[in-house]
Design a protein around this ligand. Structure first.
Ligand code: BYC
Ligand code: FE
Ligand code: FE
Length: 469
């Protein structure tokens, strides 16, 4: 299962045996590179970056580290090895053989799921394209570029599926993925979070913490798909996703660490006076990104979600841990706000699959918050970061258009307006965080607002030259 890097498009799907597909992908490749050149990280094309590249799709030892220019990164198509006699693991077709081709009646839904997944990958690269200029260290800059090239590869993974299994419609979608632009009002990316600007490194760390974690859970749900090529693509993508969330979790942890050090040293001062990000400001940025990401799961009650599950296209994360994979005749309780009060309503479980996934996501988020709170505690400081309630600041689903505070209490418009600057980043907060974004580009040096990491990449030291400038 070693990947052949002598091919123009590295792959483990025997691309050479399908000349038509190979030609289609080779025609798409220069357009992809053009897109990367135009919309990928600005101004670092000539630089050598210490990157990891996949060399096999086996569980251990798949990564190879070396200096690479980003444009020379070997983007390719890697699927996890096929599981023998795999079955559809859930829904109405539970137990029948997994599909190796697209069943006709599922074509539209499946294409839509793949396009939605695909669209987020280049979107994130576009959102992050300016950050290299304000990197807090070479270590961080390298991690940014590592995340970027891997999101580019995730686009390749989905484009392979579109071109291989969806004919002309799939090829058209593959082209459109290079034409939409994050934040462009005329041709935006599909999901709202992927049109939000990532202005600062604080946003970047929160995005990789919370938005890449949406990626993890959506990929876990798609990794269960009865459409086997999608499942196998997503399984390999998940191995890369772990590092993205590591970057977010430890990045924010280092911000917290630095702030705590300043708070200890200057107990009577505002940490901002010493160039650190005060914890209430961090909380507001957390509130923004978590609430935006809660929208990424779609509506709490969704007939789309029920259909995807029934068809066997999109399951639950870790479907194996459930006893009943058909999920009929079961109910799920959602809390609605109706005529001034919260009321519980039971809905068929299949219709609540978006909410099931979102709940698992937030349980995982909570572990990250706990890790940050431990850092605060270790410094003997009295402050607790909190995960905002799922109802807070929602634009999609049953809470959209209503006001709730971060604890989930309903509010009228006046109370919302009075509180909003305590709960979401204000313009002044944005300006302050932006003012800290000065590059720190000497090996081993870190910007004043963030502590160094515990260790380097691939056993290299912190003063290693992760990017050759
Ligand atoms: N923004 O029935 P509903 C990642 C639309 S991240 C705008 O609840 P459904 C990554 C929805 O399209 C993982 N629109 O929707 C991370 C529908 O529209 P129509 C990405 C939204 O289909 C970091 C309507 O609202 N992968 O990989 O059940 C860096 C009703 O909604 C939004 C996936 O998302 C929104 N947030 O659920 C790089 C997996 N939410 O039909 C990468 C694939 C909903 O009324 N996608 N709408 O016009 C899906 O599984 C589903 O499409 C969704 C939506 C869960 C997103
Ligand atoms: Fe991705
Ligand atoms: Fe990611």
């Amino acid at each position: 299962m070693t990947i052949d890097y002598t091919e123009k498009i590295p792959n483990n799907v025997d691309l050479a045996s399908d000349k038509r597909l190979q030609r289609a992908l080779e025609a798409w490749q220069p357009r992809y590179l053009e897109w990367w050149h135009e919309m990928g990280p600005t101004d670092f094309e000539p630089n050598d970056i210490y990157l990891r590249t996949a060399v096999s799709v086996e569980r251990d030892g798949w990564a190879h580290f070396d200096y690479v220019k980003m444009m020379d990164y070997r983007w390719g198509i890697f699927l996890e090895p096929a599981e023998k006699d795999r079955i559809v693991g859930f829904g109405d077709n539970y137990g029948s053989p997994a599909w190796q081709e697209v069943p006709g009646e599922m074509r539209n839904d499946l294409q839509r799921l793949i396009v939605t997944q695909a669209d987020t990958e280049p979107a994130s690269v576009e959102q992050q394209r300016l950050l290299g200029h304000t990197a807090p260290s070479l270590y961080d800059m390298r991690n940014l570029f590592q995340v970027n090239v891997e999101e580019g590869r995730h686009l390749w993974a989905m484009v392979y599926l579109l071109q291989r299994y969806f004919g002309k419609a799939g090829r058209d979608e593959a082209d459109e993925l290079l034409e939409r632009r994050s934040g462009n009002p005329d041709r935006p990316r599909i999901l709202t979070t992927f049109n939000e600007p990532i202005k600062t490194w604080l946003d970047f760390f929160l995005f990789t913490m919370f938005t890449d974690r949406d990626g993890k859970f959506q990929l876990l749900a798609l990794a269960e798909s009865g459409f086997d090529p999608l499942a196998r693509s997503c399984r390999f993508m998940l191995t890369e996703e772990a590092h993205h969330m590591f970057v977010g979790q430890t990045g924010v942890g280092r911000v917290v660490q630095r702030t705590c050090e300043v708070m200890k040293e200057f107990p009577d001062h505002d940490p901002r006076e010493h160039g650190a990000i005060d914890l209430p400001t961090l909380q507001r940025f957390i509130n923004f990104w978590v609430s935006s990401c809660n929208d990424l799961y779609g509506a709490e009650v969704s007939s789309n979600a029920a259909n995807f599950f029934a068809a066997g296209l999109k399951g639950r994360a870790f479907e194996d841990k459930y006893e009943d994979h058909v999920a009929l005749g079961q109910e799920f309780e959602v809390e609605k706000f109706d005529q001034g009060r919260m009321v519980k309503e039971a809905v068929p479980l299949r219709n609540a699959m978006n909410e099931v996934l979102r709940s698992e996501y937030n349980a995982d988020n909570q572990k990250g918050i706990d890790y940050w709170n431990k850092i605060i505690k270790r410094h003997g400081l009295d402050f607790e970061l909190r995960l905002p309630n799922e109802r807070f600041n929602r634009k999609i689903g049953i809470y959209a258009g209503q006001r709730f505070d971060p604890s989930g209490n309903p509010l009228d418009e006046a109370a919302w307006n009075a509180g909003v600057n305590q709960w979401l980043p204000s313009d002044a907060d944005q300006d302050f965080v932006q003012s800290l974004m000065v590059p720190s580009l000497e090996p081993g040096k870190f910007a004043a607002w963030i502590a160094p990491p515990a260790k380097g990449i691939n056993n290299q030291g912190l003063d290693f030259e992760y990017v050759r400038l």
